[in-house]
Every structure is written in C-alpha cells, then in structure tokens.
Design a protein around this ligand. Sequence first.
Ligand SMILES: Cc1ncc(C[n+]2csc(CCOP(=O)(O)OP(=O)(O)O)c2C)c(N)n1
Ligand SMILES: [Mg+2]
Length: 635
Amino acid sequence: MDDAKKPGLDRRTFLKGAVASAGASAAAPLVVAAADAEAKPRGAKPAAEAGEKKGHVGLEVIDRPGSDFMVDVIKTLGFDYMSLNPGSSFRSLHESLINYGGNKAPELITCMHEEAAVAMAHGYSKAAGKPMAVAVHGTVGLQHATMAIYNAWVDRVPIVMFAGNGLDITKRRPGTEWNHSVQDPALIARDFLKWDDYPMSLQHFAESTVRAYKIATTPPMEPVLITADMDLQEEAAGGSPTIPKLAHSVPPQGDQAALAEAAKWLVAAKNPVIIADRCARTPEGVKHLVALAEALQAPVVDLGGRMNFPNTHPLYQSGKRGLMHEADVVLLLEVADPFGQFNTIADPSKKLTHFANKDARVINISMQDVFLHSNYQDFQRYLPADLAINGDAEASLPALTEEVRRLVDDGRRRAFAERGARLKDAHARSRKRALEEAAVGWDASPISTARMSMELWAQIKGEPWCLAVSDRLRAPRALWSITEHHQALGGAGAQGVGYCAPGSLGVALANKAKGILTVTFQPDGDLNYSPGVLWTAAHHRIPILYVMFNNRAYLHETMHIQRMAGVHKRDVARSHIGTTIDNPFVDYAKLAQGYGVWAEGPVTDPAQLAGVFRRALAVVKSGAPALVDVVCQGA
Ligand SMILES: Cc1ncc(C[n+]2csc(CCOP(=O)(O)OP(=O)(O)O)c2C)c(N)n1
Ligand SMILES: [Mg+2]
C-alpha cells in the first residue's frame, strides 16, 4: 500500500499500548504529583483541612492576595501597558492584573520573547514620553531580556520592570520552581540598571516601586527592576500598607554662572558649532534648541539620538565634518560620544586622527558624569572639556539662550546675519546633493534604499507620521521633512540587533492613541531575532507599517569580513559565508501572514512600490499592522 494511504494508529491499539507501558513507567506518578502541585495556590491550606470557603479548585480562598495590593501600587503610577511573556513566578500578579485590575491601566501586551517585551517598552517610552511596565519570569525570563535592557540603558530610556521570584526554599515546588529561583534576580542585569530592589513586605513593595519609577524618570533616565516575591504576591495581604505619592524631580539646569560663561564664548566665537544627540526629551526641547541656534545663527549638527532640530531649518548642518575644521567653540548637548566628534580611528589600521580644529574650546552640557557604571563601556573615550557643565541639556537651554541674547550687540548681530546667510546656502546645497545622490540607481533591482524611502515618503508626508527607528537609512534623514519631535525616535542605543522590530512596535503602540501613523524600515537580520512580534502586532491590533529593508544578509558583517579578507590578502568573494541570509531566501510576506499580519512581497521591481505601499497604508489606517517585503541593496 502507498504509505500515504496506510491507516494511522487506531484508538484501541493506542490504549492497549499505553496500559502496557504505564506499569513499567516510573515517571507517571511524578507527572500526576506535579500537576496537582501546579493547581494549589502557594500558602493555601486544603479546604477540607481548613473547613473554610472553597474556591473553584477546591482550595482555601484568598480574598485579597498581596498581588492585589501590588496592582493598587502599579495603578497609581499611570502605566497604560505592561508587556510580558507569562511565567509562574508572577502568576498571582498576572491574575490580579487581569481580574482585580480589569486588564486596564495597565493593559497586558503578550509578547513571544522577553527581549521583545523589553524592546517594546523601550520604543514605547521614547514615543509616549513616559515609561511602560514589563513583567518577566525572574531567572530565565530575565536572561532573555538582558540585551534589550542594555539597549535601553545605553539609550537613556526609562523602563519599569517587575521580576517574579521565590526566595523561601520551604515554599518552592520541587523541580522547575527551584531551577527558576535565584537569590538575587537583578544581579544578571545590575550593570545596566539604574536601581533595583527585592521588597520583603507589601509596604516595602509600595515604597520601592514608587521610588523606582521616580529614579527611572530622573535624568539620566534608565531602566529599573523590582522583584515581586512569589510569597508576597500569593499570600493574603497582611497589615495596612499604604502607597506613597509619586514625586517627579525637576530636571536640573546647569549652573547659571557657567552658562553665562558659555554664552560669552559662543557669542564671541567666529565659527561656533552646536552638536546635539540625546538633547531634546520633549517637543519643548526642539523649540529651545531652535531658539539658541537662531540667537547665535550657529550651525546645528543633530546626531539623531533624539529628534533635536528640524532638518528643514537653514541652520541644520548635520553630516558636515568640514565645520569642525574651522570650529573655534563647540557646544555639546548630551552627546553620547564627545571624543568621536573631534577624532576618528581608522578601521582596521586603528590610526587616530584629530580632524577638528586643535584650538577649539569645548563646552559640554551633560548628565553623563552624574550616573555611570564601570563594567560596560558605553561612556566612550574621555574628552577633556574646557567648560563641563553638569546639567540636563534641555533644561539648561533657555537660560543659556537668555544669556546669549543679553550679550548680542549690533556688531555681533551683523556678523551673525552674514553667517546665517552662508549657512542657508550650504543647507540648500546639501539638500540638492542629497536629492542627486538619492536618484542614483533609481530604477535598480534590488531596489535602492533611497528609492524605497522616497516612494514611502510620497505617500505619508501629508499625514501625522513617525519613523520609529530613524538612525538606519540616510535618505529619510536627509530628504524627508523632519520637523517634529515625535517624527524620528533614534535607534537601539547600543546597536544590539533585534531592537528594530519590537522597538518599532512599542513606538506604534504609543502612537496609536495619538493617531500618529507609524512606519519603520525593518532590516531582515533584525526581524529574525524575534519575529513573534508580528503576532503581537496582529493580536493587539497595533497599526504599523513594517517596510522590510531586505538585503538578504547581515550586510554590515559581510562588509567586515570583506575588510578582513582584504587585510589578509585573501578571497573577498567568500565573505558571504556566515553572513548572508539566502539559500533559501526567507519569505517575509508568508512569515507575516502566518502570524496574522497583512503582507505583500517580495517586491523586486521599484515601479511596484507605489501600489504596494498604497495597499499597505490602507490596512494600517484601518487600525491593523502590515508588512511589505522590499528586496534592497546596501546597508
Ligand atoms: C545582538 C547582536 N548580535 C550581533 C551583532 C553584530 N551585528 C552588527 S550589524 C549585524 C547585521 C544585522 O543584519 P541586518 O539587521 O539585516 O542589518 P544589515 O547589516 O543587513 O543592514 C550584526 C549581526 C549585533 N550588533 N547585535
Ligand atoms: Mg540585512
């Protein structure tokens, strides 16, 4: 008989086999015991023994578990969402959130990987301007979450995380619960957490959670972690714990006298340059920077950690290293890598070149020295500053601008006007050059990233839009009109790949309530870390357009291997080994459809982009996610 037509296992034969093997199996009773243990709430006495009210699993009812109080605490902090991948170490808190808390403020967002849960919160916090909460299974969940926490740490983004854990060994179920317990859950992430605590009472939980929120949202903003002990969650809430009020701290302005001195230098400078990175925390920050730049008619280089300055403004001069050759005073505003603005290290020769004017005086306004950890090296190489001002850049700008305005006399005003006119010309020239560059390979296939970007821009420019990850492609930064703080949200922070897909979804979740259309260019390697985010997008109906920037490779790494092969004088043509994503190609449209997301592609003909983007945007505007797979060249 043909194999496909043979009958399968029939029920009678199956049962006979099962009975015969059950007697010999030592594992069977253990399985039953484990299942039984699974059903009992921790700390609850069997109802028969207790002679008390019965819950639906026949056990003592705990009317008010500690986790209900934890929900009361969490609700005072105003979270809209909490992302999670479920884990029994926080099962009581989870149940309290959905039943006692009504799954509202926060509403749970189901994620398929803890890294995705944290990266979503990272993107959300930047777009919403307030933190999102995350719950993780204390050991294994936190192990998965760590790289995403590190990205948020480097990006100075506040996230409030809760980890479940069981500390008391007499309460732990044998087996898994021991494997998933730890003395100190936060240890694995402590190098990139601003603060953490393991509360031992409900009062302690309330105080530490409110404190954690305040610490996370005080610049420099960073992730924090509170461990919710299983027994504290699951046992009846004792005592009369109270919830302290949340106090927001006012971001610190730099010292007034130091700002006055900085203003003197800037006003007197012939060629001042302003460099901004994670400067604007809010839309006000953009306005403040525009005011300072206009008062000085000074060029602004926006490094793009946040959207700091409109790229349509004539004083926007990003990407112009030549400015630094002439600069006599440089103002750094929350710049992640100050040394890198003056120096470069060639790769692979490691030859150091100081490309800026050697005599330039440096003013650095930053919160970086206020809070650092030693192990991870995100602080970059040391740059001596002539005037180092500890303070929040956004909060310091108005006072600095006031001082500048006070000092500008007619003579300086005339010089500034001339400088402004020169910069206006330079701005127009570089926009023209960017347009010409974008037209190169316009009809090529694989499609150029510039064509892909500009076809999308043509369709979204009339909408309120947001580019969720804005540090990858050059064309949108150079040619889209980026004028509002919410339109460009920087990148992963630490370049840990795997941020773009979930981070963008977190941005889209925040933008949903504001009616902002979220688009993102999604690198292929990045999506493959956590493709389950597509299911989260479909399940929670989060409108977002993922445009796959599919170069079918870990292309940055291909280029590194090429460089090494060149240095070693060996075959460059083999650099695809271990760095490309082909043979077979991944069908991203099918992948997305499998997760319930509308998708089309692969698109290889640039002439088809307009049509496919139109269809995809109609889906997104109806409130659902969509993905378009574009086969691209370049990185
Ligand atoms: C977690 C992590 N693993 C590995 C790397 C090294 N890495 C840097 S760029 C890159 C390629 C990413 O591929 P893709 O997202 O498709 O972007 P492309 O380089 O193709 O533009 C990799 C693997 C990293 N930065 N982060
Ligand atoms: Mg790629």
